[in-house]
Design a binder for this molecule. Structure first.
Ligand code: MRU
Length: 417
């Protein structure tokens, strides 16, 4: 028997309370409005996203006015991270519909439905591995179909319905992440015996920048820190896109959480020498048996964690769980362009000072980091077998394995639906 059910039941009341508290938010929605870092700024008709290619050196918001803008921003990783991708895709169509309300008012409800569905299919093709995007697309299509079936529906009412469903995804993600943070911190505090404070290692960026706010794996680290249960966090650089050194390090410095950056190749030595108690990562897709696709490099961390006897924890909302896929081998892993591996970009370094670099922010360079002509393999994600995972922390509770070593993730969907 999986421990999901007992663990879940103890969290149900708290989950319901926090869900009730999230109802009645102001119509001017802001991702993580109480957070210090805001990846997505939205009010109806106006979507801006923080350009994550420019971070950590510049904070520039770009306007997303259409589903095409959303598609391009996701494809080029101006916004990235499984939950953020899904929310930006949904909201990019919401702003497009707002700007075309007049034009679409001449459409029949069926034509409006077709317009929305074809835009959603287009957005869904932007990045394939994170299941949050296709989950959002399925839910939005179902909402629209429901609206079409309602008596007296019009193009206007379908658009309003679409927009309010897309907007509620933004609100819900922050609430879910706070629950993930709390459940994960509680589980870790109870699972690492004999320690008041834990040392953790994380990979990629799973924080406010990858979500609507607070974060998943980084949400657990935030929660551990705010409850006084975190000794230290290590974050990996996360080559080739450097989500760790650019984004996670930025969030950790911003929040003043005690943290150290390591290159990916330092993970084994860090776990061995720095008393790491747990590796905490996010997920792009957790399939029915618990196998988990996440940023390339996650699998090797899971092997290291097993060898060193430290906990390996996956943190993800249930929107990242794909119960239709049985095994990790069936996950479509996105392959990215070869040139991402052989170059790096950033502002010019004028001088190395005692504890910082003096930067010339007016001059950004892209430099080559590899031998000309070398072949390149650039999978964006890898799949960690469930066997190596100790816990999957969701907004509904913590799933752990039964005595036979199996996760029963369906229990997460059987509750609270
Ligand atoms: O390629 P990215 O930056 O979109 O990959 C992000 C990750 O792998 C994250 O760990 C995952 O999406 C979870 S974000 C809460």
């Amino acid at each position: 028997m999986c421990a999901t059910a007992p663990l879940l039941s103890s969290y149900i009341d708290r989950f319901l309370i926090s869900r009730q508290q999230s109802i009645g938010l102001s119509p001017r929605l802001h991702s993580g409005s109480t957070m210090s870092l805001q990846a997505i700024k939205y009010i109806r008709g106006d979507l801006q996203i923080l350009d994550q290619l420019k971070l950590p050196h510049e904070s520039i918001y770009v306007d997303i006015k259409s589903s095409e803008d959303g598609y391009v921003a996701i494809l080029n990783m101006v916004v990235r991270g499984a939950p953020a991708i899904a929310i930006v895709a949904a909201l990019s169509l919401a702003v497009e519909l707002e700007s075309k309300k007049q034009e679409l008012s001449g459409y029949t409800v069926q034509a409006t439905q077709e317009y929305i569905e074809s835009a959603l299919d287009y957005l869904n093709a932007s990045r394939p591995t994170a299941v949050n995007l296709s989950d959002a697309v399925t839910k939005l299509k179902a909402a629209v179909a429901e609206g079409v079936a309602r008596e007296g529906s019009s193009s206007r009412s379908i658009i309003d319905l679409y927009q309010s469903r897309a907007e509620s995804m933004l609100e819900q993600d922050v609430a879910d992440n706070k629950n993930i943070g709390r459940f994960g911190a509680e589980w870790l505090s109870g699972s690492v015996a004999g320690k008041e404070k834990v040392t953790v290692l994380t990979h990629c960026n799973t924080g406010s920048l990858a979500t609507a706010g607070y974060g998943t794996a980084l949400g657990i680290i935030r929660s551990l820190w705010s409850s006084g249960s975190l000794l230290h966090a290590f974050c990996t650089e996360t080559r080739p896109y450097n989500q760790g050194s650019r984004l996670t390090a930025y969030e950790l410095v911003h929040e003043q959480i005690p943290a150290t950056l390591i290159t990916d190749s330092m993970a084994a030595a860090t776990i061995q020498l720095k008393n790491v108690d747990a590796v905490i990562v996010g997920a792009d897709r957790v399939v029915a048996n618990g196998d988990t696709a996440n940023k390339i490099g996650t699998y090797q961390l899971a092997i290291l964690a097993k060898y060193h006897g430290v906990k390996f924890v996956v943190a993800a909302p249930t929107t990242s769980i794909d119960m239709k896929t049985a095994h990790g081998k069936d996950i479509h892993v996105e392959q990215r362009a070869w040139h991402e591996v052989v170059k790096i970009s950033g502002p010019k370094v004028d001088a190395v000072e005692s504890n910082r670099l003096a930067l010339d922010l007016k001059h950004a360079y892209t430099v080559s980091t590899a031998a000309h002509g070398i072949d390149v393999f650039n999978p964006s994600f890898d799949v960690t077998p469930a066997e190596l995972i100790d816990a999957i922390v969701t907004e509904k509770g913590v799933a752990v394995k039964d005595a036979k070593g199996h996760f029963s993730l369906e229990a997460l969907f059987a509750t609270l639906n």
